[in-house]
Design a binder for this molecule. Structure first.
Ligand code: ADP
Length: 489
């Protein structure tokens, strides 16, 4: 259950909300309590002032032996309320008169006595002698009493009036508020968690819908996409990213499918020739040695062709997977070109093609020599293959900033303009029939794809920079120090 984001969100939300509500309630409770105490204090001050006014008036009116006591008694009678206690002490702290002696004081006498005899009242009384006005708390009963002491003088003597007021009604009110909070808070949290669950459910519903849509997408229906409800929100962004991923996957699947289809198609021809030739050779009882040699020659030629195609496929697959480790080392590019031109000379001579390399200044390079050799031989092979007899193939190399520009020009028929963008594609041949039937080792259309990968793996590039009826020129741009890369760029 906790594995569901919906539940976790709701729990988090409820937990945070509960902490906030409880915290606010506690704060509110203390604020109320403080203001209740402040109101009591104001009330005590008012009581004290009006008591002193009455006392002073009575002192004027009264006659007799103990004028002060009688006047004070009258003032207490007049101002005495339930839950209020009056105490008058002289300047030594001796209690002269209390409201306990007032007949009107029919409040809980026992409690009142307890309060006045308590240690905390005695200590408040002592403290009050040292100041003119003093507030204090006398924690005797459960709610306690709030006390106010005020010094006054009468008939030339100094006295202290102390009024104590029970905090029982305030405490009761706070308890009532507390019990309301006690049921209101859980109900509020419960309602809020219900709302939170509803909200979490509602906001996660598109995710649930997306995941069930995503679950139903497989290799068979890779063209399907997630519905994007609102392009601009986070979920819309997620859906678009997911759809983008599906686009890329579909494209890559399609490329692989085409690659497999093309590869098997390419392999089928040499395999069919191998089978056909060997079946014919085996079916004939008596054959001359010459005929056997001829058959073996055909078999050998096709086996070589198969080997080349398989090797090329293997190279491309490893390059795609980023698993073709380059083995760069320092060597001279001009030497490598001279070497490759030398190797291709036999091919050129067979077609009476003049193959020239005008030489190049010393061109040190840090690269994978065998891969660059392969690229050069591919380009030379193509130039000779697609140039008619008695044509011309020219190789050039010169520095171009921090890179070398290596060009191979021929005097072939050129490549039709509409096909030029496609010649670097895998298995692409401008003239499929011709390539294979000429018996010139016509490739499978992988040579340029591999050559381009080689240039790019060296952080360079391979381009067809000219092609018209007078011939074509391929140019490879290679950095002098290409660093290292194992996959096409
Ligand atoms: P292939 O094995 O067929 O030579 P490539 O990938 O090397 O495959 O070349 C792809 C196609 O590009 C070739 O089939 C050919 O039509 C065209 N091509 C490549 N090089 C040349 C060139 N120098 N002149 C004319 N056409 C070329």
């Amino acid at each position: 259950m906790l594995d569901s984001i919906r539940t976790r969100l709701t729990l988090w939300y409820t937990g945070v909300l509960a902490v906030v509500i409880v915290f606010l309630s506690v704060v509110a409770y203390f604020i109320f309590w403080r203001s209740a105490v402040q109101r009591t204090d104001a009330n005590l001050v008012e009581l004290s002032n009006s008591f002193l006014v009455t006392l002073r008036a009575e002192l004027e009116d009264q006659t007799g032996p103990d004028v002060f006591r009688t006047a004070a008694q009258v003032a207490i009678d007049e101002h005495h309320f339930r839950d209020t206690l009056y105490v008058i002490a002289d300047q030594t702290g001796k209690v002269i008169l209390t409201s306990l002696e007032t007949p009107a004081a029919n409040g809980p006498l026992k409690i009142a006595r307890e309060v006045l005899s308590s240690a905390s009242f005695q200590s408040f009384l002592r403290d009050s002698l040292r100041s003119d006005r003093l507030f204090g708390h006398i924690p005797v009963t459960e709610a306690g009493y709030r006390g106010f002491a005020q010094r006054f003088s009468a008939k030339g003597k100094s006295y202290t009036l102390i009024i104590l007021q029970s905090l029982h009604p305030q405490k009761e009110m706070m308890e009532e508020a507390g019990s309301v909070f006690a049921w209101l808070i859980p109900v509020a949290i419960l309602l809020a968690s219900g709302g939170g669950y509803f909200l979490a459910r509602k906001s996660l519903a598109p995710v649930v819908a997306m995941s069930s849509q995503a679950e139903s997408i497989g290799a068979a229906n890779l063209h399907e996409r997630l519905a994007v409800q609102n392009e601009r929100d986070e979920l819309g962004h997620l859906a678009r990213s997911f759809n983008g991923l599906l686009d890329r996957l579909a494209e890559s699947f399609e490329r692989q499918r085409r690659f497999m289809a093309d590869a098997s198609h390419e392999l089928r021809t040499p395999v069919a020739i191998l089978r056909g030739e060997s079946e014919v050779a085996l079916s004939q009882q008596a054959r001359s040695l010459e005929e056997y040699r001829e058959s073996l020659g055909v078999l050998h030629h096709e086996a070589e062709r198969l080997t080349r195609i398989v090797e090329d496929l293997f190279t491309l697959t490893r390059a795609d997977a980023g698993q073709y480790p380059l083995q760069p080392r320092d060597f001279y590019l001009d030497d490598l070109i001279a070497e490759c031109v030398h190797s291709a000379r036999t091919l050129a001579q067979a077609k009476k093609i003049s193959l020239t390399f005008e030489g190049a200044p010393e061109s040190p390079i840090h690269a994978d020599e065998s891969l660059l050799r392969r690229m050069l031989l591919n380009l030379l092979d193509n130039a000779i293959k697609y140039t008619p007899d008695f044509g011309r193939v020219t190789v050039n190399c010169h520095g171009h900033g921090k890179e070398y520009m290596l060009s191979i020009s021929d005097t072939g028929r050129g490549i039709p303009e509409e096909l030029r963008p496609r010649i670097f594609e895998r298995f692409f041949r401008a003239d499929k029939a011709r390539s294979r039937s000429e018996g010139d080792g016509g490739g499978a259309g992988l040579g340029l794809a591999i050559s381009r990968w080689i240039a790019e793996a060296h952080h360079g590039r391979l381009e067809l920079i000219r092609s018209d009826s007078t011939g074509s020129t391929f140019a490879a741009y290679l950095p002098a120090d290409s660093g290292y890369s194992a996959s096409p760029g």
